[in-house]
Every structure is written in structure tokens, then in C-alpha cells.
Design a protein around this ligand. Structure first.
Ligand SMILES: CC(C)(COP(=O)(O)OP(=O)(O)OC[C@H]1O[C@@H](n2cnc3c(N)ncnc32)[C@H](O)[C@@H]1OP(=O)(O)O)[C@@H](O)C(=O)NCCC(=O)NCCS
Length: 313
């Protein structure tokens, strides 16, 4: 199923279109419609309503889906935009930090050399009232080299929530690598720390360590291939996560690896729009507050836990 990750909207008033003179890349210095990213968990239709309000102050209720735009070889990674139009009833908009907004004649928007040049291809089709089509643009060295006008893909869906495709995380910093690839984990190192050195799960059996890893998202840090750090996230990838078993081996502490781990975990959660993440810590509150924006829970009476008799946390 295809759910576009960006929106673009042309607000229309009489014979004019509201255009934004872009202050930032991509397409910096050119005029375009308004719009932006679809947030994880939002549908493209919800996103365009939010973006239009944030950028112009207009509360559009029924944006009209007008086309689907994709590209390759451009200044940003290949991606997909859902294009919308919406008629508005007054010409009054708010100022916008992303650039200058102005009403421009529709003919100007379709043909001016000052607009993003692929608009010349799709906006005339859209304003002529054609059913939504798929516009694909190929670029080479910053120049548009091929335009294709295709049928909409069959599995295109504007009413489904968007979730970015997230690949395995692999990052290198000098001799260290951070990875979410479970095949790299060194269970003996992880289990030795948890069972023998941690204060939260001393004496845990190898079977429990293995099963916990099997059903979690795991972050490992490796120094020249040797595991030196670990964090485990128990999550449904949508509403909730529990962060656990965070450690950096003693010999490698104090060089930013813990901070890197927590930052990677938080980026992972944010990419999926996870609402709520919990953790328990004996003495590292300020570490998680500073590097993960965690806050101490003071809601006695609301949160409950169920624990196995005799277990520590
Ligand atoms: C907590 C831990 C993962 C931090 O790893 P680390 O690689 O040493 O951390 P960093 O080098 O990235 O340190 C980042 C900052 O956090 C601070 N910090 C480290 N451990 C801390 C702790 N327990 N409490 C408060 N702050 C801490 C560091 O002083 C540093 O501060 P700075 O940026 O002002 O210099 C590591 O100390 C560890 O494994 N501890 C034992 C296991 C543990 O307690 N895990 C947490 C269970 S909830």
C-alpha cells in the first residue's frame, strides 16, 4: 500500500492561487504551494489540513485530492507527495516563517519561471479539472530530465496513516558502531552484564535473557566488532514502549556511548510516533532527563504494575 509522506496544497480564491516564496530548501527561492511532512500516524488528508492551518491560518475542511507526485535524482531522497486543492472564502492569511505568501494569478502559477518548474507540468492538468494522476519527475545534476504522467497506482491510499519505512539503524562513530541488527548481538556479553553486574536483574537466567531479546527491539554498540553497549525496547511500535537493560561496559563509559544509545532509542520511537515510553532507574534519572527528555512520574495512584512475587523491579 502506498501512503505518501508529504503533502502539497494549492489554495484557490477566485482566479488566484496562494503561493509560498520558499525561504528554505528544497526549492529554496522558488514559489510553490504550501504543505509539508505527514507526521507518523497521520493520514495525508489530516496532514494537509494541519499544514495548511499552520502555514496560512486557513481551516480547510474538505481538501480535494488532485494528484500524486513522485521524483528521483532530486536534492532530497526519492519520495511521494499527495497534491490537494482547496477553495477558500476570503483572501486573508497569516504570515509564515517558511517564506512569503502571496496570491498569484492561476496562469502565473502554472507558467512563471519563478515557480518550482514541475508545477508547469501538473498544475495546468489539475486546474483543468482532470481526475487525479500520477506525475513522476526525474532529475540529473539538479536539472529535470524526464516527466511522466501515469495512472494512479492501484494500492494508493490517502485515508491510511503514514508510517515511514524504517530500515535497520546502523551508525558509525570512529571505532564504534551502533546497530539495531539483532544478528550482531553477543548474547554472552549481554547476559553476563544483566545476570552478574546489573542491579535490576541479577541472577536472571540465560533463557529469560534470550527470550527477552527475541521479542524486543535491541540496540547494540560495538567497538571494532565487540559488544560494549546495549539497550532493549519492548514496544508495540505505536502506542507504548518500555526501555530496559541499558548499559555500557564499565571500561567504555564516559565517552558519550550511553548518550548515543538513548538518543538512538528516542529517534526510533519518534519515527514511529510512539505515544508513551516508560523506564525504571535507581540513580540515572538525570541521564535520561537530559539525553532522552524523560521526566520523573509523580502520579501516585494512577499507574499500576503487576509483578512476579520476589522480582526486583
Ligand atoms: C548509565 C550508563 C549507560 C551511561 O553510559 P555512559 O557511556 O557512561 O554515558 P555517557 O558517556 O554518554 O554520559 C553522558 C552523560 O550522562 C552522565 N551520566 C552517566 N551515567 C549517569 C548516571 N548513572 N546518572 C546520571 N548521569 C549519568 C555522564 O556524566 C555524562 O554527563 P555529561 O554529558 O554532563 O558529561 C552507564 O553508566 C552504565 O552502563 N551504567 C551502569 C548500568 C546502568 O545503571 N544503566 C542504567 C539503568 S536504568
Amino acid at each position: 500500500m502506498i501512503v505518501p509522506g508529504f503533502t502539497l496544497c494549492f489554495l484557490l480564491y477566485e482566479d488566484q492561487a496562494l503561493m509560498l516564496h520558499r525561504r528554505f530548501p528544497p526549492n529554496q527561492g522558488l514559489w510553490n504551494g504550501v504543505g509539508g511532512h505527514v507526521e507518523p500516524g497521520e493520514t495525508p488528508r489530516q496532514a494537509v489540513i494541519r499544514e495548511v492551518f499552520e502555514e496560512t491560518g486557513y481551516r480547510i475542511e474538505r481538501p480535494q485530492f488532485a494528484g500524486y507526485l513522485t521524483w528521483d535524482g532530486f536534492e532530497i531522497e526519492p519520495g511521494a507527495i499527495a497534491i490537494f486543492t482547496a477553495e477558500v472564502e476570503s483572501p486573508d492569511f497569516i504570515t509564515n516563517h517558511e517564506g512569503e505568501l502571496a496570491w498569484k494569478p492561476k496562469d502565473w502559477a502554472c507558467s512563471s519561471p519563478d515557480v518550482v518548474d514541475n508545477i508547469h507540468v501538473f498544475l495546468p492538468e489539475i486546474l483543468a479539472g482532470k481526475p487525479p494522476q500520477h506525475f513522476h519527475f526525474s532529475y540529473l545534476d539538479g536539472v529535470r530530465v524526464q516527466d511522466q504522467i501515469l495512472e494512479l497506482p492501484a494500492d494508493f491510499d490517502l485515508e491510511k496513516p503514514y508510517y515511514p519505512e524504517v530500515e535497520l539503524l546502523e551508525e558509525q562513530r570512529g571505532d564504534f558502531m551502533l546497530s539495531t541488527d539483532k544478528s550482531r548481538l553477543q548474547i554472552n556479553v549481554i547476559h553476563d552484564f544483566i545476570a552478574n553486574q546489573s542491579y535490576w536483574a541479577k541472577g536472571q537466567t540465560l533463557d529469560v535473557t534470550e527470550r527477552s531479546i527475541q521479542h524486543s527491539v535491541c540496540f547494540g554498540i560495538y567497538k571494532l566488532g565487540q559488544q560494549v553497549g546495549f539497550a532493549r525496547l519492548v514496544t508495540d511500535e505505536a502506542t507504548f514502549a518500555w526501555l530496559s537493560d541499558v548499559f555500557v561496559l564499565e571500561a567504555e563509559r564516559g565517552q558519550g556511548l550511553g548518550k548515543w544509545l538513548v538518543d538512538a532509542v528516542c529517534r526510533y520511537l519518534d519515527q514511529r510516533g510512539v505515544n508513551r515510553t516508560l523506564l525504571a532507574t535507581q540513580d540515572a534519572q538525570s541521564f535520561y532527563e537530559t539525553y532522552g527528555r524523560f521526566e520523573i512520574l509523580d502520579v501516585e495512584g494512577k499507574w499500576m504494575r503487576r509483578k512476579k512475587p520476589g522480582s526486583g523491579w
